[in-house]
Design a protein around this ligand. Structure first.
Ligand SMILES: [Zn+2]
Length: 588
């Protein structure tokens, strides 16, 4: 959808400049406006602001594409490119489909070096580079597969003189595995058998007569083989880590250091042999094709090519993504955005959040040190994906602003922190999993045990040793118990109302860090009842027993004690719509 508008924009641009070769120049305001709208800047912008070039120390002039679009592990995303650069290669990771990045006339989505001083690296389309070597790897066959277009692109790449290194690990079944569609292009096949070599299990490979088997396991099965194919070369291997060095920690025991050193020695030998052979006929493509690199600790360097842009939330993904995950992005994420905004009416941030769907399962990353901020999600799971989306979205939504249109005061619950993000994540997850409807939000009914109830939230905030003794994140669980009980008694309107009252009450001192007493006063005003006895009954060491007289909007009030019983467990997650947060809550 957005790709069409990008091409339409390029077409419009071509018509506007009458097809001259003169690239358009962009003002700083135009660049800023574009990334604030979630737009990837057109090609001309990357001529003005190219990505930061890769400059290995002993530059050998050879470009290496480290493909992480079929498995995004930190070892390959963050570990492999710098390791190869230390050997002189201009290596960059890519999260985009191989046919997209290898298309001679195509473009890659990358971060442009726009404003180094303020750490702003907006996304832009960059003319594709040429590569000498492509490394592609997949640890887990459930990660996004190799499409027909990608297999064809790799075949053409090798036929035209490129070098390809294919790696995987042992799989319990290879039936219908797309990795073998790729291997078949070159007359090879991964089997579900393994064979041991250098102390690890390799996936055993079957190869036709065009291949030279260069490594066999202890049982004589081929585990690494190589061949020429038209003008290019291919290596296929049954072990992803064979070219990746182990990190050796200074703190490790001598024994551990010696063990890892030995591992790295055989991997050094594999790298020298494999890359030496792959590079034999490779030539420098020159400065024009020197690749740009990624930001530190983030995704890229080449980002996924597809996108959806939902007011303030941009999601990048690849076409090989599982259909159910695609549905999560295209259909469910807009629904989730609307739902959380309905529960917690907020002004979207001027800077959008960029979410990257990375290949495989089991983790993610967040970039806050430079802009645009990005969140990487590595998930193969529908529920996991929507939960993470809801969580990250909630982090950006502060609730109804004050009369100045601002937020004010920092609550010890940490305004848009983990408890808050997890709270709305839990509600969304319950929307998609009916078994969760029987439980408290975030399973907080199961957290209703002495372990959590005894936690003194005030001490947890002010006494690090105490917090450490309770355990990391225990304050979130305690917060969810409290908030669920408030949902039970007051309905879900209290939450956005509380935020608005806080932002209003502290409007003249927006940077103020609130005490627990001040935040519970805010909450009490929101519900129209004194919550001090409730919090004290939940073991919060407040410095007084009741709220007493409080002043809000020039009025001094004394609130009646809250009709909320700390001794009863929390009820069921409340997904109902909120009422008018700007008015006192109706008495039940
Ligand atoms: Zn979070």
């Amino acid at each position: 959808m957005k790709r069409f508008s990008f091409f339409a924009a390029v077409l419009g641009l071509l018509l506007a400049v009458g097809c001259t070769q003169q690239p358009r120049t962009f003002t700083n305001e135009e660049i800023t406006d574009a990334w604030h709208k979630g737009t990837t800047l057109p090609l001309d912008a990357s001529k003005q602001f190219p990505p930061k070039p890769v400059k290995p120390k002993n530059d050998n002039g050879l470009n290496v594409l480290v493909d992480v679009s079929h498995q995004c592990t930190f070892a390959y995303l963050w570990g492999m490119p710098p390791q190869l650069r230390a050997d002189g290669y201009r290596a960059i990771p890519s999260m985009a489909s191989l046919n997209t990045v290898l298309d001679e006339d195509g473009v890659s989505r990358m971060r442009l070096q726009f404003d180094e001083e303020n750490n702003v690296y907006p996304f832009g389309w960059v003319k594709n580079y040429k590569y000498n070597i492509v490394l592609t790897q997949q640890l887990d066959r459930n990660a996004p597969g190799y499409t027909k277009e990608e297999c064809k692109a790799l075949e053409d790449f090798v036929a035209d003189g490129g070098s390809l290194y294919i790696l995987t690990n042992v799989q319990s079944s290879v039936d219908g595995w797309s990795m073998n569609d790729l291997a078949a292009v070159f007359g090879a096949k991964y089997t579900d058998k393994s064979d041991r070599s250098n102390g690890v299990n390799y996936a055993a490979i079957e190869v036709d007569e065009n291949w030279e088997v260069v490594a066999k396991g202890e049982n004589g099965l081929p585990v690494r083989a190589r061949r020429t194919y038209k003008d290019g070369r291919v290596i296929i291997s049954g072990y992803c880590e064979e070219i990746k060095f182990e990190e050796i920690n200074d703190q490790a025991s001598d024994e551990e250091k010696a063990r890892k050193k030995a591992i790295n020695e055989w991997r050094r030998a594999v790298i020298d042999e494999s890359f030496g052979w792959l590079c034999e006929n490779q030539k420098d493509f020159g400065e024009e094709y020197r690749p740009g690199q990624s930001g530190w600790g983030g995704g890229g360097a080449i980002y996924p090519e597809l996108e959806t842009n939902l007011d303030g939330f941009v999601v990048y993904y690849t076409p090989n993504m599982d259909e159910k995950l695609k549905q999560a992005v295209i259909t469910e994420m807009p629904r989730i955005t609307d739902q959380i905004m309905a529960w917690h009416p907020s002004t979207p941030t001027p800077e959008p959040m960029y979410l990257l769907l990375a290949a495989g399962g089991g983790g993610g990353w967040a970039v806050n040190a430079y802009k645009p901020k990005e969140n990487g999600i590595i998930s193969t799971d529908f529920e996991g994906l929507i939960g993470i989306y809801a969580h990250e979205l909630a982090h950006t939504l502060g609730g109804p602003a004050n009369a100045k249109g601002e937020k004010a005061g920092e609550s010890p619950f940490h305004n848009q922190g983990e408890a808050h993000a997890g709270w709305f994540q839990g509600k969304i997850m319950a929307m998609y999993d009916s078994t969760l409807l029987e439980k408290g939000n975030r399973n907080c009914n199961e957290l209703f045990t002495s372990d959590y109830l005894n936690i003194d939230l005030k001490r947890y905030t002010n006494d690090k040793a105490y917090a450490d003794s309770c355990g990391h994140g225990k304050d979130w669980g305690k917060s969810w118990i409290i908030w669920q009980k408030m949902d039970d008694v007051y309905g879900p309107t209290w939450y956005p109302r509380w935020r608005n009252i806080q932002y209003t009450r502290w409007m003249e001192t927006p940077e103020k860090v609130l005490t627990w007493e001040e935040t519970i006063e805010d909450m009490s005003i929101a519900v129209g009842e004194d919550l001090f006895p409730f919090f004290r009954a939940l073991n919060t060491s407040l410095d007084r027993e009741t709220c007493g007289e409080i002043t809000f909007n020039g009025e001094t009030v004394t609130l009646p004690a809250a009709r909320i019983d700390a001794a009863t467990p929390p009820g069921k997650v409340n997904l109902s719509a909120i009422g008018d947060w700007s008015k006192p809550l109706p008495k039940k």
